[in-house]
Design a protein around this ligand. Structure first.
Ligand code: BYC
Length: 324
């Protein structure tokens, strides 16, 4: 493509963005757009597969067969989400093996939330209710992301996340209305997961707690992000407070109160120093999560080799059939 053709194609890209249309894999796109998408989608995919660990930890200890079956289905869903997202990133020319390598060597991130430990069964409830709840608030707008394959993957992911959130709410509801000890266990889980869930939305949009060189402004101009981190965080708080009341549980924030003027809840200061530390690799479980992930990848080497050998054999058979 000569320079004039490229300019014409880039102008076409901009007009699709301006008309709120969808960019598809074969469309010409600015290099920055492609890189931003690969970064975000890879981080999202990594989060899904690392996110299997905190809950996978409780499959063998689920309190009933029904709870075990539900938890297994949920953890399998997360693996599926990772696969859709890696496949969507591949449509931009990314190589799945290279993306995994970037994760395993700490050069690409995954969500801060999965670096916290799951100490009791109630944590399965708190993760489903709060973490999947936050994920839904963050991801529903991504169904309208300007990149077609990402947007379409998100539609299915969000449907599954809704089921996950309901099952978390139901676990907590049962515990909250159970014995005194069960209620206390549910409250303790919510106390531990509330603030990290608010951190999932990322740094503040402005001020001292904003990310130096943050991506929001450019990503919003490209129609990748539809709302800023703070806007989504506020939406999550407003949605969650009435649900906590329905559960009979308290959110651990003395500054949480309805603001009549804003028509939203005010909430207390988030410890962004903690978020930045966790993102840097210094959270309670960062090392454990990554080591486990690398080990699982190494243990799976024989499956990848077998799949390659099978594909090579099929290709050779087809060539031989063609020649005959
Ligand atoms: N953790 O300018 P910003 C799930 C990084 S999976 C770690 O706001 P951006 C689930 C950010 O990457 C949940 N890093 O960036 C799975 C950037 O660093 P780099 C995951 C974070 O990309 C299993 C820098 O900070 N969901 O739901 O515009 C079970 C500056 O931030 C975090 C997704 O990935 C964080 N919390 O916005 C249950 C959704 N926050 O890359 C549930 C898709 C920020 O420059 N992703 N950073 O080195 C997004 O929507 C956006 O990427 C983010 C960040 C809102 C996360």
């Amino acid at each position: 493509m000569d320079e004039q053709d490229e300019q014409r194609e880039l102008a076409r890209f901009q007009s699709i963005i301006d008309d709120d249309g969808r960019i598809e894999p074969r469309d010409v796109m600015p290099e920055g757009y492609r890189k931003t998408l690969i970064r975000q989608m890879a981080q999202h995919a990594h989060s899904e597969i690392i996110g299997m660990q905190p809950e996978g930890n409780w499959i063998s200890r689920a309190p009933s067969l029904r709870r075990k079956a539900i938890l297994m289905a949920k953890v399998q869903d997360e693996a599926g989400h990772g696969l859709y997202l890696y496949a969507a990133a591949e449509t931009l020319g990314a190589d799945r093996g290279e993306l995994l390598d970037l994760l395993h060597t700490g050069r690409q991130k995954y969500s801060s939330i999965f670096n916290y430990p799951t100490l009791t069964w109630a944590d399965m409830g708190a993760i489903g209710w709060l973490v999947d709840g936050a994920a839904i608030v963050n991801q529903v707008p991504l169904c309208r992301c300007s990149y077609g394959p990402y947007a379409r993957a998100m539609v299915r992911v969000c449907k599954e996340e809704s089921f996950h959130q309901r099952q978390g709410f139901e676990i907590l509801h049962t515990l909250s209305h159970g014995t005194e000890a069960q209620h206390a266990m549910a409250q303790d889980a919510v106390d531990r997961w509330w603030w990290p869930s608010l951190m999932m939305f990322g740094p503040r949009d402005t001020g001292a707690d904003a990310a130096p060189g943050g991506h929001t402004e450019q990503s919003m101009a490209w129609g990748i992000k539809r709302f800023s981190n703070d806007e989504l965080r506020q939406r999550f708080v407003d949605m969650t407070v009435p649900q906590a009341e329905a559960l009979g549980l308290t959110l651990p924030d003395p500054d949480l109160r309805w603001n009549e003027q804003r028509g939203s809840y005010d909430f207390g200061e988030i410890d962004f120093a903690e978020l930045f530390e966790v993102i840097k690799g210094n959270g309670p479980c960062n090392r454990q999560r990554l080591e486990h992930r690398v080990r699982a990848h190494q243990d799976g080497a024989w499956v990848r080799e077998a799949a390659d050998a099978y594909a090579a054999k099929r290709a050779a058979d087809r060539t031989a059939q063609g020649a005959a």
